[in-house]
Design a protein around this ligand. Structure first.
Ligand SMILES: [Zn+2]
Length: 355
């Protein structure tokens, strides 16, 4: 399989807008904020507890980790209007679930414009299953019309169909091919095939050898932290699939860091960087609660794109819980507070003024 990939030269994607952005960031020692703006707005019971990294001998999961995306959302009770004793219903299930859509796109573009920063808009595959190409069109239009460099990225595309649909749509600059729910060999083989499909359409690809935990959009848990950390050898194997950006696991986790706190293994990051050389850009997932010091250390370690999600989500949730506003007023205030959150990240990542 390695031979067949070697025979087919990788298309020149050096002028891809997202690639250009990340190359400049790597050279300038800052990172691009990848802002998750469209995600699930509901809990997906059970799905985020699925064991994620199966051993090669393990039985296939009976259910795809994101299969709940294809089922209709549960009805949120609407029969309990606000009363003096219950100021407003705040469904407990909404804790930590992203609650934003178009507002996140606007917040990102406005923050990037105000800070003169490059930025990346991240959609989850849910955007496709929910709205077909509508949200992607809106995001791509906003990105292309912005006075600063902004690109559109599909995050955690976990099925071939999601990758192919997005790649064929013409709206995305980059796609994360996430086959990490398959065992290693199948993961590599599928990644290689889908990367080629994307490259032929001028789209750059990101991949993640191992994922840890997951509160993010129903992405499943992994149990053993050490077992899924990225090794230099594994990083190399992924680079050989033809990917352009690698998301290493070096202690970063999706969702909340919980009691264990943020413990990153920068030596491991350095080993990965040495193993992949300058061939790919390193990107970071799982940044909830990171402060300026942690971000700066990651950027020094070679990270050039950082996904942010919870930091926006929480602010919008606060707005939604403050009380009854009209829908449009909630959206406006949510957009405003998310813009502030994105601007703060731009300052911490050093992308401010780099447009
Ligand atoms: Zn992620």
């Amino acid at each position: 399989m390695a031979e067949s990939a070697a025979e087919k030269p990788k298309p020149d994607l050096s002028q891809n807008k997202a690639n250009v952005m990340l190359r400049k960031a790597a050279e300038g020692k800052y990172a691009i904020p990848g802002v998750c703006v469209v995600s699930l707005s509901r809990p997906s019971p059970g799905s985020n507890r699925t064991a994620y990294h199966r051993s090669p001998n393990a039985a296939a999961p009976t259910k795809h980790p994101l299969s709940s995306l294809n089922t209709p959302p549960p009805k949120i009770p609407s029969s309990s209007p606000p009363s003096p004793t219950t100021p407003h219903p705040s469904p407990p299930q909404l804790t930590n679930q992203p609650q934003y859509n178009l507002e996140g796109i606007l917040a990102t573009v406005r923050a990037a414009t105000a800070k003169s920063s490059p930025a990346m808009i991240l959609l989850f595959p849910w955007a496709q299953t929910y709205s077909s190409t509508l949200l992607a069109q809106a995001a791509a239009t906003a990105a292309r019309a912005a006075p600063v460099p902004i690109t559109l990225h599909l995050d955690h595309a976990q099925s071939a169909a999601a990758v192919r649909t997005a790649a064929a749509s013409g709206f995305y600059d980059s796609i994360m091919v996430d086959m990490s729910h398959y065992d290693r060999d199948e993961n590599l083989a599928r990644t290689r095939e889908l990367v080629q499909f994307c490259h032929e359409r001028g789209i750059v690809c990101e991949a993640e050898p191992g994922r840890i935990m997951g509160g993010e959009d129903g992405v499943a848990d992994t149990v053993d932290l050490q077992a899924v950390m990225t090794s230099a050898e594994e990083a190399r194997a992924f680079v050989d699939t033809g990917i352009d950006w690698l998301a290493p696991a070096f202690g970063n986790v999706h969702g909340s860091y919980g009691k264990r706190g943020i413990r990153l293994e920068f030596e491991r990051l350095e080993e990965v960087r040495e193993a992949v050389g300058g061939e790919v850009r390193l990107v970071l997932h799982g940044t909830d609660g990171f402060d300026r010091g942690v971000y700066e250390r990651c950027v020094r370690g070679g990270i050039s794109k950082v996904n942010i999600n919870g930091v926006l989500n929480r602010r919008y949730l606060e707005v939604q819980r403050e009380g009854w506003r009209g829908v449009s007023e909630t959206m406006e205030e949510g957009t405003r507070v998310m813009q502030v959150a994105v601007e703060e990240c731009m300052d911490m990542l050093g992308s401010t003024g780099k447009a």
